[in-house]
Design a binder for this molecule. Structure first.
Ligand code: GLA
Length: 441
């Protein structure tokens, strides 16, 4: 594959800048996927392959620190080598009135078909231009779709709501969005807790901006707003931040309150992180996620009557014990406060290569998510138990929102194959489900 054919990589300036041909499994498979995306693009949209560009954004796995981001705490996510590819052909410049944004996916039904000129802008009386036009019930603006009217409504939140939201929000910021056709291809399992939504948002932004480098943190914030305000998922900033800023060989220690962050090298020595997919659909995730958020808000309001704090992570164990008298709320708050503490310790341990202690914190984190926060469920518990019983494993925990999706284990690299076999067997025995494993990089 020639240099020009290589995908534009997001989520990895230094990280995956080695696309230029350092031989590694990740890179060659990325190039193969990019070639596949181009070929499929031409089959669907016609025309020559020439001029079709391919962009990529990775998924992420959170090493430790779940349900802390929306409580103003720390997280420690890392980008992974799997992700979403967007093959794109530009069909009209941002200045042309009659320009259309079309997008399809090789992995899911549905189509984005958005006439960009129909997104009108009016002066909102402040400095910026705001979108105007017909509004859906949720307060978002919707332009009339062209062609087959299959553009997902943001309310029903099919996958098409994500690219559509990104286009609208970029335009709302006054950025020039060209007419284009996009075909997505994903080697990231969708809805498995590895941030396929954030990857879809960021790869779309990257493609619509024609690869122009903007401030990545700004972009991550914009994509999070898309998810919060357009798609209707009240997520924190972790996923978009990790996808935008991820770097191969490093995790990101992020303070979700201030957005101060730093890279932490994955000093795992003779151990490797392995992602284990429970293949249990995260069916309850959205409603339970919002419920947990509400519980945290209530716990915060109880503590804030006595202490000057603006988020739950600013409270101490003592505050939680003294001021949160409801036992459920106290357990929720206890998870948040202890988890936040664990993340900070874990980042230091990882930096120093103290893997055994890091592994113990993973175990503590899982217990806290299971018993205090109650977001694991039987499958993730069975998977983590199976991992901890297998040879060579020094730590395991669920990762992401929970209620299904993925868990993460830290395993001696030379025992990895046996580990996978053992876990597959005992997880299947316990749940009847066949687990799947992914490497981090
Ligand atoms: C989901 C959300 C994140 C975060 C995690 C839990 O992945 O998108 O913002 O809250 O759950 O840590």
């Amino acid at each position: 594959m020639s240099h020009a054919d290589m995908p534009d990589i997001l989520g990895a300036r230094p990280p995956w800048s080695d696309v230029e041909g350092v031989p590694s499994r990740g890179v060659s498979s990325r190039n193969e996927q990019a070639a596949k995306a181009k070929k499929a693009f031409v089959e669907i949209y016609g025309g020559p392959e020439d001029g079709v560009r391919v962009f990529f954004a990775p998924g992420r796995v959170n090493l430790i620190g779940d349900h802390t981001d929306y409580n103003g705490g720390f997280v420690l996510p890392a980008a992974i080598s799997l992700g979403i590819y967007a093959a794109v052909r530009y069909t009209a410049s941002p200045e042309e009135a009659e320009r259309v944004f079309r997008a399809r996916s090789l992995d899911a039904k549905g189509e984005v078909c958005l006439r960009l000129a129909d997104i009108e802008f009016v002066e909102d009386g402040k400095d910026s231009l705001r979108m105007a036009g017909p509004r859906s019930g949720r307060g978002e603006v919707r332009a009339a779709p062209v062609g087959r009217a299959t553009t997902a409504s943001a309310g029903s939140a099919g996958w098409t709501a994500y690219p559509e939201g990104v286009a609208r929000f970029l335009m709302d910021e006054g950025l020039p969005v060209p007419g284009c056709d996009i075909l997505y291809l994903s080697d990231l399992p969708i809805g498995a807790g590895l941030s396929s939504s954030a990857a879809l948002e960021l790869v779309t932004a990257h493609a619509l901006l024609r690869g122009t480098e903007l401030d990545r943190v700004w972009l991550a914030k914009l994509c999070r707003r898309v998810e919060n305000e357009f798609v209707g998922v009240k997520c924190g900033i972790m996923d978009q931040f990790a996808v935008a800023m991820g770097k191969r060989g490093y995790a990101i220690l992020l303070d979700c309150e201030t957005l101060a962050w730093k890279y932490v090298p994955l000093n795992t020595g003779e151990y490797s992180f392995v992602i284990m997919d429970s293949r249990k659909e995260r069916s309850l995730a959205a409603s339970a996620y919002n419920e947990r958020r509400a519980e945290c808000a209530t716990a915060l309001s109880l503590i804030a009557k006595h202490r000057e704090i603006s988020n739950l992570c600013q409270s101490s164990f003592e505050d939680v014990r003294r001021y949160v008298d409801d036992s459920v709320l106290r357990r929720r708050a206890r998870h948040v406060v202890t988890e936040n503490f664990r993340v900070k310790m874990a980042a230091e341990l990882l930096e120093q290569g103290r893997v055994l202690e890091f592994g113990s914190l993973m175990v503590e984190s899982h217990k806290s998510l299971r018993d205090d926060y109650e977001v694991t469920g039987p499958e993730l518990d069975a998977l983590v138990e199976a991992a901890l019983e297998a040879n060579g494993c020094i730590g395991a925990r669920m990762t992401g929102a929970g209620f299904g999706g993925c868990a993460l284990a830290l395993v001696r690299s030379d025992l990895l194959e046996g580990f996978k076999e053992q876990v597959t067997g005992s997880y299947r025995e316990r749940t009847g489900i066949r687990s799947v494993f992914y490497a981090l990089a």
